[in-house]
Design a protein around this ligand. Structure first.
Ligand code: HEC
Length: 142
């Protein structure tokens, strides 16, 4: 009996220390919630163009599997809200398409989508918070 408890305690300890657990405790729960909600929103708002695996579509739709979404986070956030068009270089390829706006998405929903795309398909850029989204939107909400 005591042995089982010790084994359970050790397994729990090992599991919660796994290096691939980016966050722990409440942060981990929030991160997983954002990712889960973000995936649902991605499926209904983005998947048609950027595809299930984020790979985009030839020369028409850029991939989301690059560090663009991390290095140019504000462009990504403002683009999701207000749409995006004009020449854009992603992964050394020039795109010149039109991405539609999503004026009804809330800052929380945008944070969830950003967290999902920033941590899927091999991307590992960490969580995007609502306050980061609000900060970015302030710069393009006019
Ligand atoms: C109708 C097709 C379409 C839909 C739907 C769409 N996009 Fe895009 N997206 C594009 C195109 C086209 C571009 C490139 C725009 C340009 O050339 O300026 C783009 C660019 C981007 C970029 C910046 C470049 C890159 O690849 O990192 C991000 C980030 C992005 N989209 C994310 C999203 C997200 C998230 C959604 C869902 C909320 C979404 N898009 C919905 C077509 C679309």
């Amino acid at each position: 009996m005591r042995f089982k408890i010790i084994v359970a305690a050790i397994s729990f300890f090992i599991l919660s220390c796994r290096p691939d657990n980016k966050y722990s405790g409440n942060q981990a729960i929030k991160f997983n919630q954002y990712k889960f909600q973000g995936e649902q929103l991605y499926i209904s708002h983005c998947l048609n163009c950027h595809q299930k695996d984020g790979s985009g579509l030839g020369k028409l739709i850029p991939p989301l599997t690059t560090d663009f979404i991390s290095k140019q986070q504000e462009v990504a956030i403002c683009g999701i809200k207000h749409g995006l068009q004009g020449p854009l270089t992603v992964n050394d390829t020039l795109y010149d398409g039109i991405m539609p706006n999503n004026p009804r998405l809330t800052p929380l929903e945008i944070a969830e989508i950003m967290t999902y795309i920033s941590n899927s398909w091999g991307n590992d850029f960490g969580m995007v918070t609502t306050s980061e989204v609000n900060k970015a939107l302030k710069k393009c909400n006019n």
